[in-house]
Design a protein around this ligand. Sequence first.
Ligand SMILES: *Cc1c(COP(=O)(O)O)cnc(C)c1O
Length: 451
Amino acid sequence: MSAIDTLTTPLGGPTLAQERRLVTSIPGPRSQQLLERKAAAVAAGVGHTAPIEAVAAGGGVIVDADGNSLIDLGSGIAVTTLGNAHPKIVEAVQAQVAQFTHTCFMVSPYESYVAVAEALNRITPGDHVKKSALFNSGAEAVENAIKIARKFTKKQAVVAFDHGYHGRTNLTMGLTAKAMPYKSGFGPFASEIYRAPMSYPYRDGLTGAEAAKKAISIIEKQVGADNLAAVIIEPIQGEGGFIVPADGFLPAIVDWCRANNVVFIADEIQTGFARTGAMFASELFGIVPDLITAAKGIAGGLPLAAVTGRAEMMDASHAGGLGGTYGGNPIACAAALAAIDAFENDGLLERAREIEAILKDRLTALQAVDGRVGDVRGYGAMVAAEFVDAETGEPDAALTVAVAKACIAEGVIVLTCGTYGNVIRFLPPLAIPDELLHEGLDVVAAALAAA
Ligand SMILES: *Cc1c(COP(=O)(O)O)cnc(C)c1O
């Protein structure tokens, strides 16, 4: 059986026909009703991309309350990497939920939490001794990685990068680069956060070594290694626009951190767990982070996050300094163990690379005939197209929004991103059949031609 067969084997949930099917306009009447209730009951700040009421999902589709079947090229923001309601996840969750739902690991420990920690220590890059701690969300993992780095180094400052995204809590808003929509009006932000320039080959024209030299010079002059606890960076930036740093950039930053007693944190919340065709994107750049934050793809959609890293750093905190009521919930841990089993044993790294080949073939073919596709970049099932004015090369956010909206109206869910709002990111579930991925990209091409 190929990876794709394993992924779409029906067992309960994902028996859905793998097809794009529009029986109403989007939104249909049932979805419209829910959106009206949402507008009345849910805080306006909680937005949505696709105006539908989701009722089922599996493989590469999401079905709405009106019976439309939409192609899913977003995986709920890189979460349902295995495909929704993957049989292994469903089975593990059902067994655990009938056994016990919560004890609080800090009150009465249980085996699955420890097993998740052991698995993370094993599958993250580097063969040094590692330990892990589990949390509920990506932002919470980032907060804890910063706590751990400060406690270990006895220093306070943190450097994050241009275009970086690290979450929506107070500390992580401070680390996040983009004001609108993530930070605007929500300050004041935590102190001792500094920003360095990211390597962005399409726009800065610098080699990795040149970009690293520029970033390190700013860090040394504006912060000083003696004050700096940690550098945090996404090996491939997610919300910032799937920015892939130039070769040599990340290794140079890691080397500088190591020489200066600064903790190097790789935020792999979006890039982790086979998404990029490697288990973690750090491997693509040959770097070994001191600490890694993980979430999104870790547990098939159940809320779980982790910090994994050097044992001496992870052990720097006094007992009771790390944790939380729900962190490492047993149902989420059962799901994570099933997911990690699938990531390791079901050929998913290869599957992500197959998807990369399809995405890059199709998108570079578009780029060759349409000057508005300025750049195509990424790895695995994490590939983006950056849209620009064909004459000036300036970011074209209006075109990007128009294409994304047209795709959704035609039954293909795509997500945008980028500091300039001019990037469409493709994050399909690895369970998507090739034909459906091609059909989704046909729709994107037609939407671009019409825009
Ligand atoms: C999504 C994301 C976060 C925040 O995760 P939440 O679970 O939404 O808190 C942090 N860092 C990166 C790189 C992300 O993609």
